[in-house]
Design a protein around this ligand. Structure first.
Ligand SMILES: Nc1ncnc2c1ncn2[C@@H]1O[C@H](COP(=O)(O)OP(=O)(O)OP(=O)(O)O)[C@@H](O)[C@H]1O
Ligand SMILES: [Mg+2]
Length: 254
């Protein structure tokens, strides 16, 4: 579904992505792991058009996404969550999820003036869709709450509900369980598995190895902007290059 070819991105002459290549299969959870600063978020930012890579291709459904604007990429069906939450704190939980449906709202001001009943119907449909997604995340009862009244774990779920609400073809999750307790993490694991069974394709950036090993079909490992391994979770666990990348980093940090 998605093919990354020789992707490179430099910041001030330092490579954040250095010739990364891998592909993502439809209906799978592909985990993207690697030590801090490996380039994982940079990769998500290039796929979503927030950053333009210096070289390489991002082929989605046979077309290169490089150079396309973020809203166009979102319209093609790629959504994401952020490593640091990006939500509207003073708006309701429901409004935050509705934001995920703006990719589907094509109406111009003129259309809004001319086809008001149709739009109202559409708005009702959107609200229903957002409520259904909130229900899936166990938050329908708090739809009218201001976002700020929710716990951190609940906010993470709202972001995920926003990412999944528009029936995207691919969801990029940047550390969905970071900062969550074990019970919340287990809840997210179950939800991600349910969403996978429902046919969703995901790229999961995560430091929680237990979660990665448990729910992903394929694991891609980045280290200093390079792809050092792509394999099944079982093979990754014992891959000497991967162990060296993690232990080496820990050793240097210590
Ligand atoms: N906007 C930017 N300007 C300059 N340097 C950047 C920028 N974004 C990322 N970098 C650098 O690129 C490298 C990769 O960063 P990135 O955020 O992609 O890592 P990461 O794998 O997501 O790390 P983490 O696990 O800590 O989230 C780092 O050295 C980082 O300092
Ligand atoms: Mg990151």
């Amino acid at each position: 579904m998605l093919e990354i070819n020789a992707l490179a991105k430099n910041f001030g002459g330092l490579p954040a992505l250095d010739g990364v290549s891998f592909s993502l299969a439809q209906g799978h959870i592909t985990a993207l792991i690697g030590p801090n600063g490996a380039g994982k978020t940079t990769l998500i930012n290039t796929i979503t058009g927030v950053l333009t890579p210096d070289r390489g291709e991002i082929i989605f459904d046979g077309q290169d996404l490089v150079g396309r604007k973020p809203h166009e990429i979102a319209r093609r069906g790629i959504s994401r969550t952020f490593q640091n939450l990006r939500l509207l704190p003073t708006h309701s939980v429901l409004d935050n999820v509705l934001c995920g449906l703006t990719v589907k709202a094509t109406s111009s001001f003129a259309a809004a003036m001319l086809r008001l009943p149709g739009l109202r119907h559409r708005e009702r449909l959107f609200r229903l869709q957002a409520l259904e997604m909130l229900d899936r995340f166990g938050l329908a009862g708090k739809a009218a709450w201001p976002l700020a009244a929710l716990s951190y774990g609940e906010k993470k779920k709202v972001e995920m509900a926003r990412a999944f609400v528009a029936e995207p073809r691919l969801v990029l999750l940047d550390e969905p369980v970071a900062g969550l307790n074990p019970a919340e993490t287990a809840g997210i694991a179950v939800l991600l598995q349910q969403l996978r069974r429902a046919g969703h394709t995901m790229l999961l950036v995560e430091h929680d190895m237990e979660l990665v090993m448990r729910i992903s079909d394929q694991v891609v490992v980045l280290d200093s902007g390079r792809c050092i391994a792509r394999s099944t979770p079982d093979e990754i666990r014992t891959n000497p290059l991967v162990l060296e990348a993690y232990l080496g980093k820990t050793g240097r940090a210590a």
